[in-house]
Design a protein around this ligand. Structure first.
Ligand SMILES: [Zn+2]
Length: 340
């Protein structure tokens, strides 16, 4: 028999689900803003897993993933407990923004504090009520503005537990990604809670492939942890482990024609993109310097010099690059200067 799980002062008995809405913030008129979450406490002992969506308020694919997981999880057969928070950044989602109304990035605001900024308070609430006490977390993101990501899990691949779960998840790619200060993943990891960051699709839309791969992945992780008996087949049988990545940037402004897309395996000398003027004159034609996988791309057809166009990664090797390879990581603030 499992134990009672208590979240935000609410006790959840074994074999039951409780939906809870602790206060996260308050409007200027005094209206309460909540952090809606569901606690599914299984009938038997097992791991505690948390699943978070929309930490960035314009990254929506995690919301339907969480809802589908909630639809199918049955507390009468679950071993352990699952805490699902479909929308962490409620205020950002309301205004379609990555950021909170105080212009802070919630995923740079952990561990947070009860007396700090709006972002710090929400981060602290999530840390204390959801993250601490969990065994594993899955944090659901998408690419930032005007970009899209192939479904991929980002972890520190030198952590065997994370690597095993990331491979089980079944996204096409697993990317070794440095921990960013103040991120949910970094803060949880420092407290012994490994977190898989799932990056899939683009902002402000629901992407069916990203959602399906994510739902399968969540259930496959739960099965791997022995919380449930059965899980769907993986979206991809053998995820490619990628150890280094970088964004390729436009050298010339113009109208963009991409010759490759997300998920493509490119070979040295393969055309990547052409930019041309409004009257059709070709300005730049770029080829791949080496074999790589396209794990993300711009969605904009018009480009300026310096704009990031393709996110390329190599399996098991390092790409020569002057850029910080994670500078453009979509867990990050795309406008933020390099943070060492
Ligand atoms: Zn994000």
């Amino acid at each position: 028999m499992s134990e009672v799980v208590t979240v935000a002062g609410v006790s959840v008995e074994p074999g039951t689900r409780r939906d809870i809405a602790p206060s996260a913030s308050e409007s200027f008129t005094g209206d309460r803003t909540t952090l809606p979450l569901a606690v599914i406490n299984g009938i038997e002992d097992g791991p505690r897993v948390f699943i978070t969506g929309a930490v960035h308020g314009d990254e929506l694919n995690g919301i339907p993933i969480c809802r589908q997981v909630l639809d199918r999880l049955d507390p009468s057969t679950l071993r352990g407990s699952v805490i699902v928070v479909p929308i962490v950044n409620v205020l950002g989602v309301q205004i379609g923004s990555r950021y909170l109304p105080d212009r802070r990035d919630l995923n740079r605001s952990f561990p947070g504090s009860h007396t700090g900024s709006m972002a710090a308070r929400i981060a602290r609430l999530l840390l204390e009520e959801v993250i601490i006490g969990s065994d594993v977390g899955i944090d659901l993101h998408t690419a930032a503005n005007h970009r899209t990501n192939v479904p991929q899990i980002r972890i520190a691949t030198d952590d065997d537990v994370s690597l095993g779960l990331a491979t089980t998840f079944g996204a096409p790619f697993v990317l070794d990604a440095k921990l960013r200060p103040g991120s949910l993943r970094e803060t949880a990891g420092a407290r012994g809670v490994p977190v898989l960051t799932y990056e899939a699709g683009g902002p402000l839309r629901f992407d069916d492939d990203a959602i399906d791969t994510g739902v399968r992945g969540v259930f496959r992780v739960l099965r791997s942890l022995d919380a449930i008996d059965d899980a769907p087949a993986p979206a991809h049988d053998q995820p490619m482990i990628l150890h280094e990545s970088r964004w390729l940037r436009a050298e010339r402004g113009g109208i963009l024609e991409l010759h490759v897309g997300p998920g493509d395996h490119v070979q040295p000398g393969q055309p990547l993109w052409t930019t041309s003027s409004a009257l059709g004159a070709e300005r730049a034609s770029i080829e791949a310097e080496e074999e790589a996988y396209v794990i993300g791309s711009t969605t904009l057809p018009l480009v300026q010099p310096g704009q990031a166009l393709l996110h390329l990664a190599l399996p098991g090797d390092r790409l020569p690059s002057e850029d910080d390879p994670t500078e453009e990581e979509d867990e990050d603030d795309p406008d933020e200067p390099h943070v060492p």
